[in-house]
Design a protein around this ligand. Structure first.
Ligand code: INI
Length: 162
């Protein structure tokens, strides 16, 4: 049996939560605009999107978990900007966010998109938040859209077998 499953980039009736970090808000605000624009251009209604602000990237996973536990969302999009400072602090922040986000997605089975920039300089972050390097918030939103679609197909596959 040959089977190919691929997600469509169409929002349909799906509900999305965007968790956005206030730390480096001049960057994360642009990621948020990119994510909202991508969702809107792929058919998501304004009232299908919930926006939640948290202090920093470290807090993204817990808020994502709370949103998933509410049972109201098909996917969560986490947005943050971790930028190298004078110490190794940013490394811990970046790995806490990455590990936590992966853990929430795997333990819940709900797609959680990783839209967290991890940059050495502010210029690198600016480039990835709506200029030369595209907009990583928009990319994260598109991956959430696609994964909602993939997971819907995978659940249907399980039902067919039963
Ligand atoms: N939070 C970020 O989102 N980006 C950073 O670059 C950052 N740095 O480098 O300190 C950062 N720190 C705050 C952190 O996310 C937590 O909010 C804080 O540690 C309290 O838990």
């Amino acid at each position: 049996m040959s089977l190919r499953i691929e997600g469509q980039l169409s929002a349909g009736a799906a509900k999305f939560a965007i968790v956005v970090s206030r730390f480096n808000e001049f960057i994360t605000g642009r990621l948020l605009e990119g994510a909202r624009d991508a969702l809107r251009r792929h058919g998501a209604a304004e009232d299908s999107i919930c926006e939640v602000w948290v202090p920093g990237a470290c807090e993204l996973p817990l808020a994502a978990k709370g949103l998933i536990e509410s049972g109201r969302f098909d996917a969560v999009i986490c947005l943050g900007a971790v930028i190298r400072g004078d110490t190794t602090h940013h490394e811990h922040v970046g790995s806490m966010a990455a590990r936590g986000i992966a853990e929430v997605a795997l333990s819940s089975g709900v797609p959680v998109a990783f839209g967290v920039l991890t940059c050495d300089t502010i210029d690198q972050a600016v480039a990835r938040a709506g200029s030369k390097g595209g907009n990583k918030g928009a990319e994260a939103a598109l991956s959430a859209l696609e994964m909602v679609n993939v997971m819907t197909q995978l659940r249907a596959l399980g039902r067919k077998k039963a």
